[in-house]
Design a protein around this ligand. Structure first.
Ligand SMILES: [Zn+2]
Length: 465
């Protein structure tokens, strides 16, 4: 399969102008590569799709922002309009970046927007069959495998291009708010949690914005976040959903600048309205409206006196080990041939055998990364589909002089990462999706949240004051 490649936005860097009021303290580079395949491909995110994609609403991209504090502290943040970051991608990017660019693992952050309208990223036929239609054909699997190879190379290329484009810059941070994310865990009369809008559930409406200004005073890049699933759309056409539109609006308003979206802790958040919720309004318009709302928040943050972000930059990355509570025999009985594909039933059978032997599943390593921008900003990036409780708690506990930005969907998107509350409550994000769709051997133990929090604090402390 052939993929079209759009060369990254090549930056024309003017020499440093002494007339600028504030001298650049950083070096920054940015690059963009298109990921949209030329032909049809299975899209990721919804189990009810029965065929590969049939067109493109909005191109999807890999983008990289390289930041260097001039004193050895650096980070490359890669944002992807994709469902997630598979471990194979992280491993490949880490290895190649070390070899070609001397990047250490903690100097690389990969984040996925979790758009449900972009190509499937797993090369595994089993995953394709399990999570999508049984109608997947060998040719479809070949296309997914080809995309995986293309994606890995492209991510390494975009990292290299961002480093090459490095030039003096200054950084500023601010935040605003956007309100279209809503909690999607609704308590039903029978005591269970369904996947429906819950207007009183917890949300994080912050829109953190890091802007990169070149030595010529022009906006070169804007990195912004939001905690919400990119699930306005559900059709068969490729799109970055609301985050894709927000990036498009920002780049159109600032020609030459690159907008990068970093997904927050939106594991239990949906953009509302979505799908067919508004009679007579095409869903594509809803995605565009949410993108406009998010872009408006970014414009506001940019206009409302952003604060300078000085160095030094320090980063740390480590795994938090999440233990599983194996499924009980009774829970395993609920797997049946009408609802589940043969691979899932085989998996349930293997879990039943392990349970009988008293074997406990191995813990899951969840990457946690902390990036400290001097005294001004702390960025925490966690693996998995992180629910909003984490960002609220991390902002509360790290609150101090520095602003706090919490990203989910980073470095390895293995499935849902529930908080203690969500795991106890159960439902889709607490247990259902991980065991029924995403191949986990059980639910995470109730200690998962504290294990993650301990790692966040440990890494933050390791970076000094
Ligand atoms: Zn999700």
């Amino acid at each position: 399969m052939k993929f079209s490649v759009l060369l990254g936005s090549v930056l024309l860097i003017s020499s440093f102008c002494s007339a600028q009021s504030r001298a650049p303290e950083w070096k920054a580079g940015v690059a963009t590569r298109k990921l949209t395949p030329d032909g049809p491909i299975w899209l990721a995110g919804y189990a009810n799709r029965t065929a590969p994609s049939d067109g493109v609403d909005l191109d999807v991209f890999a983008k990289a922002l390289a930041l260097d504090d001039g004193h050895g502290g650096r980070i490359v943040i890669v944002t992807l309009d994709l469902i997630g970051v598979p471990p194979e991608l992280r491993a490949f990017a880490e290895r190649e970046s070390a070899q070609h660019f001397g990047l250490k693992p903690h100097e690389l952050l990969l984040n996925a927007s979790h758009t449900h309208s972009a190509p499937q990223v797993s090369p595994d036929r089993m995953v394709l069959e399990r999570t999508f239609s049984r109608a997947a054909k060998t040719a479809d699997v070949d296309a997914v495998n080809a995309f995986q190879t293309f994606l890995q190379r492209t991510v390494v290329d975009v990292i290299g291009e961002s480093l090459q484009a490095s030039a003096p810059a200054r950084l500023e941070f601010n935040q605003a708010r956007a309100g279209f994310a809503m909690n999607r865990r609704r308590l039903e009369p029978n005591g269970t949690y369904s996947n429906n809008p819950n207007p009183t559930g917890p949300v994080d409406h912050d829109v953190p914005v890091l802007r990169v200004i070149g030595a010529d005073g022009k906006l070169r890049a804007v990195l912004f976040g939001y905690a919400c699933h990119n699930t306005t759309l559900g059709g068969s056409r490729i799109s970055g959903d609301y985050a894709g539109h927000a990036q498009r609006f920002l780049e159109a308003a600032h020609p030459g600048a690159t907008a990068l979206f970093m997904m927050g802790c939106g594991g239990d958040q949906n953009p509302y309205p979505r799908g067919a919720m508004v009679p007579g309004q095409p869903v594509e318009q809803l995605a565009e409206q949410h993108g406009r709302a998010l872009a408006n928040a970014v414009f506001t943050a940019l206009a409302a006196r952003p604060r300078p972000v000085p160095g030094p930059l320090r980063a740390a990355l480590a795994d938090a080990l999440l233990d599983y509570e194996p499924l009980s025999a009774k829970e395993l009985e609920t797997f049946n041939a009408t609802e589940h594909t043969p691979p899932i039933l085989q998996r349930a059978q293997a879990l039943r055998a392990a349970l009988q032997k008293g074997e406990r599943p191995a813990a899951l390593p969840c990457p946690v990364q902390v990036v400290q921008f001097g005294p001004a900003l702390t960025l925490v990036a966690i693996g998995g589909e992180v629910v909003v409780d984490y960002s609220l708690r991390i902002k509360r506990e790290l609150k101090g002089e520095a602003d706090v930005w919490v990203a989910g969907y980073s470095n390895h998107v293995f499935g849902y990462l529930g908080s203690r509350r969500v795991i106890e409550e159960g439902g889709y994000e607490g247990i259902g999706a991980n065991i029924r769709i995403l191949n986990h051997p059980g639910r995470f133990t109730f200690a998962a949240e504290d294990v993650i929090m301990a790692k966040v604090h440990e890494l933050r402390r390791s970076l000094g004051p």
